[in-house]
Design a protein around this ligand. Sequence first.
Ligand code: PLP
Length: 463
Amino acid sequence: MKHSLHNELEPDSIAARDLAHVLHPTTNLADLHRDGPVVHERAKGVYLWDNHGKQYIEGMAGLWCTALGYGEEELAKTAAEQLRKLSYSQLFAAKTHEPSVLLAEKLKEMVPFDAGRVYFGLSGSDANDTQVKLMWYYHNLIGRPERKKIISRRGGFHGVTVAAGSLTGLPPFHKHFDLPIANVLHTDSPFYYREAREGETEDEFTTRLANNLDDLINAEGPETIAAFIAEPVMGAGGVVVPPEGYFAKIQEVLRRHRVFFIDDEVVCGFGRTGNPFGAETFGIEATTMSVAKALSSAYLPISATLIPDFMYEPFIEASREVGVFGHGFTYTGHPVCAAVALRNLELMEEREIFQHVARVGETFQARLRSFEDHPLVGNVRGVGLIGAIEMVADKETKAQFPASAGVGAYCLNRALEHGLILRNLGDAMAFCPPLIIDDNQIDELFGKFEQALAETLDYVSRL
Ligand SMILES: Cc1ncc(COP(=O)(O)O)c(C=O)c1O
């Protein structure tokens, strides 16, 4: 059933050697050993080519990250110049350099909340690990050591490191890993299509979720809760767009109990939802923020944890006591990553990428919604340039296909065969193209998907 290219592997091929040596992240390893990997070789704009010369249109921006697309000369040039000028420098022990300072300034200017300090990391996971550590550190320093618990949501994705993996609310990231750790709680997912009760309106649903959050906080003791973390749109959890009014009600509860809001903008940040940040699309009032992915359009790894000055201030006094602010990576503020990220953000502004997303997002959402009447499609959701089409066994009852039928994986492979890269989150097909995609390419993308979906319908009729 899989991509035909995978079946015969030359012993000396990259694919065969991959199978012998590489441990693949977030992969069904049993399927990988049966079917082999796809080998990407080069990419330009919204297109990639594999090692057989086959062309694909990028429907997932890599892993929700290649915002400006591939092969952007300006960013290659910036990286090369910075590599020659200052290939490495640290931010430890009172050192600094221009790229990190300029990027910190730029980020503070862009984000829709009163950010005071910017801490640089290399991934969304470490940004969220840093969030947890800083929440603990801050509350210890201000004499509130009991305020330690972080509330996340079932279905949320915040990374895979020990703390961030605990915040993630998806079972495969916990099972056999001894996660979640202590002090992490999970509340409801705002996934109306799957989680609403029979006959429940969106308004009733969001009120119930806010009440459940309130009950959870009261049961645990409000004085023990440090923060709530959420993605504006859940990405890896199925592209879940919250119903109207959800965040307003949640934030009313958080404010009442003085619980901070950690806004995980790792996927939504930098234009994805049609505004610079998801917080703007959904009225989120962040206390702190995590960004990564589109921050550098994935040209180099970099993330940032932004915190307000009132959290930072006690850190200074603590250094007098402890001797050092004891958190930092060798590559915190790597000058080449920072220079590339800064140029990436400048290019987004020069090319009016956020305005472009607001415009083409309408075409994209209209095409997405045109699949609503398809017999296999139970739910279509999305905003800006992100969306999902969920396939179901029964549109009326929303019954799912058995996981063993592998319907999402089948559709994914048919799309691949037609030269379209997507991701299946169960039987929901996720769409998240580079932000530079134009109307014609959106047409091409959905044209290929239409064929894949027709073939998937044929497949399920034979189950
Ligand atoms: C919302 C969100 N937060 C955090 C992460 C973790 O980022 P990384 O994979 O760079 O560690 C991801 C990754 O997909 C994400 O989607």
